[in-house]
Design a binder for this molecule. Structure first.
Ligand code: TXA
Ligand code: MG
Length: 324
């Protein structure tokens, strides 16, 4: 049975996190908020717990997990060596939405790393995640807390909708403030190689001009291979400014259409959301995908954003959601 505990997102009461923290230590599954999306946590050193986590999500065994730690001090115990680049990145960006891929320590179970020799680690920037990780006292493997292939959860009710039967605790800390996942970088070399675009931007990292090197690194990285972020309705991407016209055309052709755009929709189109800039769209995108499917729309038209800053991560997620 799933138990739900609601906590103050800014000042969580440690007493309310005691049972979920103990459950993590005991090898149970606990969903919790981070600044990006909700994670589904399991004790990263407990192979059986991590096995149960893969089963709960229906996640392919070859897609490795991110191990969550409260701060940079916990990194050393999980990796074979902290490279100078990793130390500098952790120092600058942790806690925060940057995940570092490094050579794994032998003590990290193969099920956690998807059988790879590397492990992904991050320290989330969310008071609830940090408090829970400290109280649990163990490293916590946590993919996004959605059924594999579905939009990531940015609210506790999204977790409940996908995974209620499979998790022991859902810690409700309100809506996530970033809305797209962490940036995943390979930090084994001299420069960070971007394996997944995310909330820490290429501009932030000073790596806007190395698409070829990143593409090469991504070929050896598992994450990009799997289907992602897809709601039950079709998603179409319209160029900036053209959302209302595209949605209006589809509605005129007899479709049940919703719109996420800068401007309000024309008659006959359901307003699913409006946004100002890419950061706004990031915050609301996954919730919009889920609301579109609950409204039983046939098509959701989402207006695109420029491919710069966090817009790169947003467009990456949108393109995957739109893949038929
Ligand atoms: O913001 C986030 O990163 C969220 C929150 C919960 O922290 N987590 C998340 O986890 O998005 P998940 O499992 O949905 O995505 C993890 C990504 C996948 O693309 C996976 O393939 C990649 O990280 N990854 C994990 N370990 C890796 C490794 N050793 N080498 C390369 N990629 C790895
Ligand atoms: Mg995910």
């Amino acid at each position: 049975m799933t138990r739900l505990v609601t906590v103050d997102p800014d000042r969580p009461d440690p007493a309310r996190l005691e049972a979920p923290a103990a459950a993590l230590r005991a090898g149970r599954l606990v969903a919790f908020p981070t600044e990006t999306v909700y994670g589904l946590g399991a004790h990263a050193r407990d192979a059986q717990a991590v096995g149960a986590l893969f089963a709960a999500k229906g996640r392919p065994a070859t897609n490795p997990l991110i191990v969550h730690v409260p701060d940079g001090a916990a990194l050393g115990g999980l990796v074979a060596s902290v490279t100078p680049l990793a130390a500098a990145l952790a120092d600058r960006w942790w806690p925060g939405p940057l995940t570092l891929v490094l050579d794994a320590a032998p003590s990290v179970p193969a099920v956690t790393t998807g059988g790879l020799s590397t492990v992904a680690v991050r320290a989330p920037d969310h008071p609830v995640a940090e408090a829970l990780l400290r109280q649990a006292g163990v490293p916590v493997a946590a993919p996004s807390a959605n059924t594999s292939g579905r939009p990531s959860p940015t609210r506790a009710e999204h977790v409940h909708a996908d995974l209620a039967a499979a998790v022991d605790w859902i810690v409700d800390g309100g809506a996530c403030r970033v809305g797209v996942e962490s940036t995943v970088v390979d930090a084994r070399g001299e420069v960070p190689l971007v394996l997944r675009e995310g909330a820490v931007t290429r501009e932030d990292l000073g790596v806007t001009g190395q698409a070829a090197a990143d593409a090469q690194a991504q070929r050896h990285s598992p994450g990009a291979r799997f289907r992602h972020y897809a709601p039950a309705c079709r998603v179409e991407i319209a160029p900036p400014g053209e959302g209302p016209a595209r949605a209006g055309g589809l509605a005129a052709a007899g479709h049940r259409v919703g719109l996420v755009a800068r401007a309000a929709p024309p008659a006959g189109v359901t307003e699913v959301g409006t946004f100002g800039d890419a950061r706004d769209l990031a915050v609301g995108l996954y919730d919009a995908l889920r609301r579109a499917e609950r409204a039983e729309l046939e098509v959701l038209v989402v207006e695109g954003v420029p491919e710069e800053g966090v817009g790169r991560a947003v467009m990456d997620r949108l393109r995957r959601a739109a893949q038929a």
